[in-house]
Write a protein that binds this ligand. Structure first.
Ligand code: NAP
Ligand code: GDD
Length: 440
């Protein structure tokens, strides 16, 4: 029998690990023709081969439970939504996602999932209660992952009312939709909360008991989301929880968040497509993890015996300056940071790029500071304590190290820039205008 779910999981794992059918065949000591017949749907994969594959891949490919659970993800087109969809599909869930209408469909992150039998999309908007109620009543989810948000902190200063509507009242709309559909006892709800709640931090590292001090319109809106979830848990006995997630990044991160801005710029500079990278506060400290590891925790939070809130972080802190240093270093460019505040610069002191593209970068200022990227109030010291998640959920916060994360992102962006060629320059300008709030 052909197990399409197994095949699709296998393809996802192979894609993630960069394995071809030939690689797979040699890994498990089988003829390539056998493997290609599996993928052509001509023969099924025997249980013995499944075991061999699982051993070679180091992960489970078959459903761990015969759950057939139904999940609804808001924000499915975002960084986390795309990874969470892959994760849940591999577990045998039927995944439904909410996408909002726009004049241009932008679904790059989930394009590879569209058309799969257990993957469905619905139009709705977090600012429109009726649309949410309609989807919830149609889907009858066992689990809702509320990831949709205006998620950029700087943008929340430019669009505070929109941010409040989506990030604060949007959460209430989801909770009320579940009540209106009579699903309070069936449906578990995960709320994408954030380390930004700690804001102007009152202690380091931050855990579930650290006082909140939100420090941007985004954080204030997310604080409402956190408290309304807690309120509904207590008032209506609903299984709804917040994951207080610290920054998590990936090769799918939006281009105006600092890590992706850096890895893309480093790749463009290395390939002669950009002169300089302008950043804001280089001393800002973050606890950066890998998004793919963090979506597992969202799921674990909803599988727990009782509903609780959890801090999800790596427990390791780095500055924006260190992230930039590491990203350039991975390409073979060594930076030395000189000066202070607005006058600080990252100068290239060593150029060991594999492909020098016929120019040297030594002596050039590759990173500069611009007041355009300073925020009216900035959160500068985030450092999470994942002890509770480790102990109660068995989650491993050290799966991907800081250095590995930077490497994954830089490798991805080096290849992306190389394939884009001259178009990479256009994208640089676009991202910069977006972040500064300029439309040109
Ligand atoms: P993201 O890439 O910016 O994705 C946000 C998603 O929300 C997108 O799918 C977006 O749709 C959707 N969305 C925005 N406004 C909407 C609306 N009015 N109606 C329906 N959908 C809407 O964010 P992310 O990094 O994946 O983060 C996921 C969630 O975790 C967010 O709530 C974020 O605030 C929170 N969080 C993120 C981090 C982090 O480090 N990544 C840390 C803590 C918490 P479009 O594609 O149409 O724009
Ligand atoms: N975006 C950006 N651009 N940030 C910069 C720059 C720059 O040029 N230069 C310095 N930074 C600093 C910001 O001031 C901030 O202190 C830090 O880098 C991280 O900024 P972002 O990457 O934009 O992320 P964030 O921490 O503000 O917000 C992200 O993480 C939150 C969790 O802590 C978002 O994903 C939020 O949605 C999430 O809640």
């Amino acid at each position: 029998m052909i197990d399409t779910q197994l095949l699709s999981t296998l393809k996802t794992v192979m894609q993630r690990k960069g394995l071809s059918q030939r690689d797979l065949a040699s890994l498990i000591g089988k003829n390539e023709t056998v493997v290609s017949r599996w993928f052509a749907g001509k023969v099924g994969i025997s249980p013995t081969s499944v075991k061999l594959l699982e051993k070679a891949m180091g992960e489970k490919l078959t459903r761990e439970t015969s759950s057939n659970k139904v999940a609804l993800i808001t924000g499915i087109t975002g960084q986390d939504g795309s990874y969470l969809s892959e994760f849940l599909l591999a577990k045998g869930y039927t995944v439904h996602g909410i996408i909002r209408r726009s004049s241009v469909d932008y679904r790059e992150r989930i394009a590879h999932l569209e058309g799969k039998p257990h993957f469905h999309l619905h139009y709705a908007d977090m600012s429109d209660s009726m649309s949410i109620i309609k989807v919830v009543s149609r889907v009858h989810p066992d689990e809702i992952y509320n990831l949709a948000a205006q998620s950029h902190v700087q943008v929340s200063f430019d669009a505070p009312e929109f941010t409040a509507n989506v990030d604060a009242v949007g959460v209430l709309r989801v909770l009320e939709a579940v009540r209106a559909c009579g699903l309070t006892q069936k449906c578990r709800i995960y709320q994408a909360s954030t380390s930004e709640l700690y804001g102007k931090v009152e202690e380091v590292p931050q855990n579930e008991n650290t006082p909140f001090h939100p420090y941007s319109p985004y954080a204030v809106a997310k604080l409402y989301g956190f408290w309304i979830v807690k309120e509904y848990r207590e008032a209506y006995n609903m299984f709804c929880c917040s994951g207080i997630l610290f920054n998590h990044e990936s090769e799918r991160r939006g281009e105006t968040f600092v890590t992706r801005k850096i890895t893309l710029a480093a790749a463009r500079i290395a390939q002669g497509m950009q002169e300089k990278l302008y950043l804001g506060n280089l001393s800002s400290l973050r606890d950066w993890g890998y998004a793919k590891d963090y979506v597992e925790c969202m799921w674990l939070i909803l599988q727990a015996k009782k509903p609780e809130d959890f801090v999800i972080a790596t427990g390791v802190q780095h500055s924006v300056r260190e992230f930039a240093y590491e990203a350039f270093k991975h390409i073979g460019i060594e930076l030395e940071f000189r000066g202070e505040g607005l006058n600080e610069e990252g100068v290239c002191v060593r150029d060991d790029r594999k492909n020098k593209h016929n120019f040297s970068l030594v002596g050039k200022t590759l990173v500069a500071v611009s007041p355009d990227f300073y925020r009216p109030t900035d959160v500068v010291n985030l450092w999470g304590d994942p002890t509770k998640a480790k102990a109660k959920l068995g989650w491993n916060p050290s799966k991907t190290t800081f250095e590995e994360l930077v490497k994954i992102m830089v490798n991805h962006d080096m290849a992306k820039v190389a394939s884009e060629g001259a178009a990479a320059k256009v994208r640089t300008n676009l991202a910069e205008y977006l972040e500064k709030g300029i439309v040109k």
